[in-house]
Design a protein around this ligand. Structure first.
Ligand code: C2E
Ligand code: MG
Ligand code: MG
Length: 760
């Protein structure tokens, strides 16, 4: 440590003084000795007195100087001590004179101003101008109190121009020797203040946070909870603080989640999990919990910060979305999507367990009719009841799904044998058959079930679905209300069907269809009254009858294109017949349900008429009774549009479709064609005869024209004639023939009718 200058000066002065005192004392002693040797003369006595006086004066001077020097030395020592305290401290010490002027700066200022002449730098050179008044005020204030004056913040500029925040303490040390002024200690608190500020922001944020926060010590004792935590749990801060955090509680019975958390936290890692919590009111809720350990410098766990999110609502929404995405909203059964997943899982299990699994494909019989006649609400109600019944027929672990419409699938897992599947299927068939009361009516429904077995039939989900579907169609073909196991021949049949479909598509592009005409005769008028157009497919294997391809065309939608081809060919060829002299005869064209309900039907007919220059009055449309069942009002509307076009309408295969009489009366129909099955059975049974005569009577009563089809024998012709049904069609008169062969047939037929060979 360097000795202060003042002390060094004082030391030199005291040496000089001491020397002076010694010299003075020595002189006084010399004078005294000298006088004592010379003897006491009067002159000597005077000199003696002078010497005494001198010696005494010197002694006094010595005492005074020594005291002064002692005083100076003690002051210098105080100052040395004070400096020793201040000059090695990190904080900046300033000393101000009582008049406020600056006197001293400790070396610590160098850290702030970074200058070799730091101690000469005046406070106003680095203290913020706005804070200088504050500084002066503090100096003054400190002189009027015995307490220290504290300044919270004094801005001082650092050498890099950055403003630092200093905390300052002012002490009045005017009366302290070695200081004699106002001492100000300045401490740089910038970082501390910033830290405090961020702490304030942070704790404010935690307090205000929407996320719930809890802080515990390492023993899971709750030290802090924010308001949101209280809100979620229903407890108050007071009730929680000091308690053990239950979710962090470790016991031997803790679940896997908590065990995982403990392991994580013990190695200083954060941990996140979704777990159940209980509110104060006992209500349970789902929470997403994240726990992070707080580790001190020595690496010891001190606290655990836990953030909690109440995810109950999210879970509920998720569950609802899942319900919508994976479940059928009407019946609550699994939907197609989830079913596919389940099927895959079950197949995996089959692979592992080597057990059997059955997939059942179920389709309701005649559901469409119920839906159409009783309405969609009734249809929905029925589906709900069916779903419930299906569930009752299977075990808890079996899966029942609704694929859409009236199609259901069932997975029966862990089966002991194939037979078990058919016994479940029979149980289902029995249960579904039971009458249901819907909309005040007793409804009967049945179902057809296809069954396929994994792994026997396949281990591929798509193949199994197709197998079960094919087996279900076989069950339908076999008269419905039964179940069928998948067999390999169904695949062949399916392949054949696919082959036929492809061939039909090709035939449509090539228009390899021909229209046959079958005359209709009026036996009373002895004339040909009209023709029915009947399509044939010119297939490489020979002409195919409509029964072979019309249902497929209907199913695939190809009938729309085919129907247009048939109508165009019919109109063109009828024009040729007109030219041959058959101008009064109408031609009947058959429509399937899909054609009849096609939105473009009227436009299509109109444009074919225009293209072929055909008179609409020459066309009769044949539709069947069953086609009218679904949405009768819409059907009437379509029929009226057809009538407006100028075409007439006939109900084909009449007597088999169970039309209600009320509905029948509303239909804008011109002709009823009594189904050939009634005609076929004529003469064989009195009852059937009765039905046929009733049907004819009914048509007459409704003021409709009646025609009979499938007339093959003179007996049938006679019976019909007696029952006033003179319009007849059948092999007895003429089979359907292509236009090329028709004219000669017609000439003969006409002649026969005229000669009354066929009329009698
Ligand atoms: P349909 O409209 O009832 O036609 C009458 C069917 O009875 C025709 O069979 C005809 O050949 C057959 N037939 C006529 N006279 C007799 C007879 O004396 N005895 C017997 N047993 N049968 C007779 P085809 O041509 O095989 O047509 C079958 C069905 O296919 C038709 O029944 C009709 O529903 C449908 N069909 C035929 N052609 C077309 C068509 O161009 N378009 C549409 N959509 N359907 C058609
Ligand atoms: Mg017909
Ligand atoms: Mg018919």
């Amino acid at each position: 440590m360097k000795t202060p200058k003042r002390l060094r000066t004082d030391r030199r002065a005291s040496l000089v003084l001491s020397a002076l005192v010694l010299i003075a004392a020595f002189c006084a002693v010399l004078i005294t000795i000298w006088f004592s040797l010379r003897g006491a003369t009067e002159q000597n006595q005077n000199l003696q007195q002078i010497a005494d006086t001198l010696r005494n004066a010197l002694m006094l001077l010595t005492v005074v100087l020594s005291s002064y020097m002692l005083y100076r030395q003690s002051r210098a020592l105080d100052e040395t001590r004070f400096r020793a305290m201040t000059e090695n401290a990190h904080h900046i010490t300033l000393i101000f004179n009582p008049d406020g002027s600056h006197r001293y700066t400790s070396p610590a200022l160098k850290l702030l101003v970074n200058s070799a002449r730091a101690r000469q730098v005046r406070p106003d050179e680095y203290i913020h101008p706005d804070d200088l008044a504050k500084l002066q005020k503090a100096i003054e204030a400190s002189m009027h109190t015995t307490d220290d004056i504290h300044l919270d913040s004094l801005r001082c500029q650092r050498h890099d121009h950055q403003w630092r925040t200093m905390e300052a303490e002012f002490v009045d040390m005017r009366h302290i020797s070695g200081v004699n002024g106002i001492v100000a200690n300045l401490r740089d608190v910038t970082e501390q203040r910033e830290a405090e500020q961020s702490m304030r922001i942070l704790s404010g944020a935690v307090e205000q946070s929407h996320g719930a926060v809890m802080i515990t010590d390492k023993n899971s004792i709750i030290k802090y909870v924010n308001p949101r935590y209280c809100q979620i749990t229903g407890y108050t801060k007071e009730e929680l603080i000091g308690e053990t955090a239950r979710l962090l509680e470790f016991s031997d019975t803790l679940d896997n989640e908590q065990r995982g958390m403990r392991e994580c936290i013990s190695v200083g890692k954060s941990w996140t999990v979704s777990m159940r919590g209980t509110r104060k009111n006992g209500e349970s809720y789902w929470q997403a919990v994240s726990a992070s350990p707080v580790i001190d410098e020595s690496g010891t766990l001190t606290h655990i910060v836990v953030s909690v999110e109440d995810t109950s609502q999210q879970r509920e929404i998720h569950a609802q979305m899942e319900q919508l995405a994976f479940y059928d909203p009407l019946t609550g059964l699994e939907n197609r999507r989830l079913f596919k997943d389940r099927l895959d899982q079950c197949l995996k299990q089959v692979r592992r367990s080597k057990q059997l699994m059955a997939l059942l494909f179920l389709d309701l019989d005649g559901f469409k009719t119920i839906n159409d006649t009783l309405g969609h609400d009734a249809g929905d109600e029925l589906l709900i009841i069916i779903a419930r019944r299906l569930k009752q027929c299977v075990r808890e672990e079996d899966i029942v799904a609704r694929l859409g419409g009236d199609e259901f699938t069932i997975i029966l897992s862990n089966l002991k044998s194939n037979k078990a599947a058919s016994s479940v299927a029979s149980k289902i068939i029995q249960k579904i058959q039971k009458p249901v009361e819907i909309a005040g009516q007793e409804v009967f429904i049945s179902c057809s079930i296809g069954i396929t077995i994994a792994p026997n039939d396949s281990m591929d989900a798509n193949i199994l679905m197709r197998n079960a579907d094919l087996a279900m169609y076989r069950a339908k073909d076999l008269g419905k209300n039964n179940s069928q196991y998948f067999t390999d021949d169904m695949n062949l049949e399916n392949e054949a069907r696919n082959g036929l479909e492809n061939a039909l598509r090709a035939a449509l592009t090539e228009e390899s269809f021909v229209v046959y005409f079958q005359p209709q005769v009026d036996i009373s008028a002895h004339r040909i009254s009209g023709f029915e157009a009947l399509v044939r497919w010119q297939h490489p294997e020979g002409d195919l009858l409509p029964a072979r391809f019309i249902p497929l065309a209907e199913e695939t939608g190809l009938i729309i294109e085919l129907g247009e081809i048939i109508l165009r060919k019919t109109c063109e060829q009828m024009n040729a017949l007109h030219e041959a002299g058959f101008t009064d005869q109408k031609v009947s064209v058959n429509l399937t349900e899909r054609q009849f309900r096609d939105k473009n039907l009227i436009n299509m007919i109109r444009s074919v008429f225009a293209e072929t220059d055909f008179d609409p009055r020459g066309l009769q449309i044949e539709i069947t009774e069953s086609m009218l069942m679904r949405d009768i009002d819409k059907a009437i509307d379509i029929m009226q549009q057809l009538k407006r076009l100028g075409v007439s309408i006939a109900i084909d295969d009449f007597g088999t479709g169970f039309s209600s009489l009320t509905n029948l009366a509303r239909l804008p129909v011109d002709t009823l064609k009594v189904d050939h099955r009634f005609i076929k059975q004529l003469t064989a049974s009195e009852d059937e005869n009765g039905i046929t005569s009733s049907v004819i009577a009914l048509a007459k009563h409704m003021r409709m024209t009646v025609a009979a089809e499938g007339v093959e024998s003179p007996e049938q012709r006679e019976f019909l004639r007696q029952n006033h049904c003179s319009l007849q069609q059948g092999f007895l008169f003429c089979a359907p023939v292509a236009i090329g062969d028709l004219i000669p047939h017609l000439a003969r037929l006409q002649a026969d009718l005229k000669s009354q060979d066929l009329s009698h």
